[in-house]
Design a protein around this ligand. Structure first.
Ligand code: K2U
Ligand code: ZN
Length: 183
């Protein structure tokens, strides 16, 4: 198990369409395990594989109602929305790859998602509420789409500008950091 670094927007890998998983092998199982550890550490309620630099169609979520509720971890391989409601819902969204930026996004209120589970079995679940928002947000990541792509161009450019500045400041801070003495 390992916590993996989360890619920060802007990053070309976050704009790529991810490849389907052909075989749920040991590498995919390790990726899923690391994604859960990374998500809980962030903390977040969802995470998509491209956010940790793996351009494959895998997402993990845990939308348990509150910290007092039992965790509800779910890993989806090759998830697909197979039905969406006409009813829409607006939810404030954030993203672990775009920290400290939150905006309302409108999405179908209910969706049905077909996917393969970690045992290789075909599954299909009905999602509503926060799970519906989260699963659509994560599947967007697999298609190279970020929640800021639903905002107007001005807002999107402002957020991207702030993220570029933060990445530059973070890189500068890293290069100024004292290097450990090498024996
Ligand atoms: O993909 C991610 O970056 C994980 C998100 C998933 C998410 C975004 C928006 C709405 C629901 C889930 C992180 O968990 S961000 C944490 C968060 C949770 C609820 C609302 C806003 C932000
Ligand atoms: Zn996100």
């Amino acid at each position: 198990m390992a916590i993996r670094p989360i890619l920060m927007h802007p990053d070309p890998r976050l704009k790529k369409r991810c490849d389907p998983v052909e075989n749920i092998d040991g590498d995919i199982r390790t990726l899923i395990s690391d994604m859960f550890e990374t998500m809980y550490d962030a903390p977040g309620i969802g995470l998509a594989a491209p956010q940790v630099g793996s351009l494959v169609r895998v997402i993990v979520m845990d939308c348990a109602k509150s910290e007092n509720d039992d965790p509800e971890p779910i890993a989806m391989v090759n998830p697909q929305v197979v039905w969406e409601s006409d009813d829409l819902n607006i939810h404030e969204e954030g993203c672990l790859s775009i920290p400290e930026e939150y905006n309302d996004v409108e999405r179908p209120a209910q969706v049905r998602v077909a996917y393969t589970d970690t045992d290789g079995a075909a599954q299909e679940i009905a999602c509503d509420g926060l799970l519906a928002t989260c699963v659509q947000h994560e599947i967007d990541h697999l298609n190279g789409k970020l929640f800021i792509d639903y905002l107007g161009p001005m807002k999107r450019q402002m957020i991207t500008g702030r993220m570029k500045k933060r990445k530059k400041e973070r890189a500068a801070a890293k290069s100024d950091a004292p290097r450990p003495n090498r024996a």
